[in-house]
Design a protein around this ligand. Structure first.
Ligand code: DGL
Length: 277
């Protein structure tokens, strides 16, 4: 069983792509709705909260956990891998969503921290993400190492995760998103990345607000391809199951199931995670 974690419901966009890509794999999803959003929390809080959730998923039998949350991946992943995982769960793995995106944007494998000349790639890319992901500088730093010709501009989208989790309607969402998009158009991007797993849930508002020639990197599919490739290289993590999917939340399942209007129908029934028993 593979664990998938997000601060809330955003990681469902990644889970949806994973279940299509790996239909026989069992998944256990945990959304930390009780503590969401992470995007304006301190780094210490994000590390602690992510650790608590990963610990839970590993106790439930997941030897591999994917942080389907850019904020947790940018802020907490390295710390957990280096300072906690090997002692707490030797042999287990935590992966994130940032590595596959950096590889897709640059065309350079993560293991190679130097550029290769590829002038055909998009040169001006806007990254829409949470404030914390942008402040971490992780995307810009990792892209720059591998593809210095790419100008990656970060655009924080405060309030957008809250609006999505809160089930905001059409007008507030399109207003917020067209505002964020228009504030970035002066950099004349060739492409944009929705660098928060919540944002593909409202992708159509981004597509409407963006000029036609701007392409959009779709994180869920890129991450799903990357995980499938990882499982080929590490087959002991690919426990062939029956495609069972279980969704857990640290929040109130009734409230979560009621408000998440943008989730696919088969992925919107959350149950209570009992983290402290
Ligand atoms: N979905 C998450 C991400 O990819 C985090 C959103 C939040 O909790 O602020 O960044």
């Amino acid at each position: 069983m593979i664990g998938v974690f997000d601060s809330g419901s955003g990681g469902i966009t990644v889970l949806d792509a994973l279940t299509k890509r790996l239909p026989d794999q069992d998944f256990l999803y945990l959304g930390d709705h009780a503590n969401a959003p992470y995007g304006h929390r301190t780094s210490e809080q994000i590390v602690e909260m992510t650790k608590t959730s990963v610990d839970y998923l590993m106790r439930e039998g997941c030897s591999l956990v994917l942080l389907a949350c850019n904020t947790a991946a940018a802020v907490a992943l390295r710390t957990l891998q280096q300072n906690w995982l090997e002692t707490a769960y030797p042999g287990n793995r935590i992966l994130g969503v940032l590595v596959p995106m950096v590889e897709a944007l640059t065309g350079v494998p993560w293991s190679q921290e130097r550029p290769h000349a590829d002038d055909n790639r998009n040169h001006r890319i806007t990254l829409f993400a949470t404030r914390k992901t942008i402040e971490s500088g992780a995307y810009v730093e990792e892209v720059l190492k591998r593809a210095p010709q790419i100008k990656l501009t970060g655009k924080a989208c405060p309030g957008l995760v809250d609006a999505i989790e809160g089930g905001a309607g059409d007008a507030p969402l399109s207003g917020l998103i067209s505002g964020f998009v228009s504030e970035t158009l002066e950099t004349n991007p060739d492409a944009v990345v929705l660098g928060c797993t919540h944002f593909p849930l409202v992708k159509h508002y981004f597509e409407t607000a963006l000029p036609d020639h701007v392409s959009l990197y779709s994180q869920p599919e890129i991450v799903a391809d990357s995980l499938a490739d990882y499982l080929k290289r590490h087959p002991h993590f690919h426990s062939k199951g029956q495609g069972n999917i279980r969704l857990l939340t640290t929040g109130d399942p009734k409230a979560v199931n009621k408000t998440n209007l943008f989730l696919p129908n088969h992925l919107n029934q959350f149950h209570q995670a009992k983290l402290n028993v």
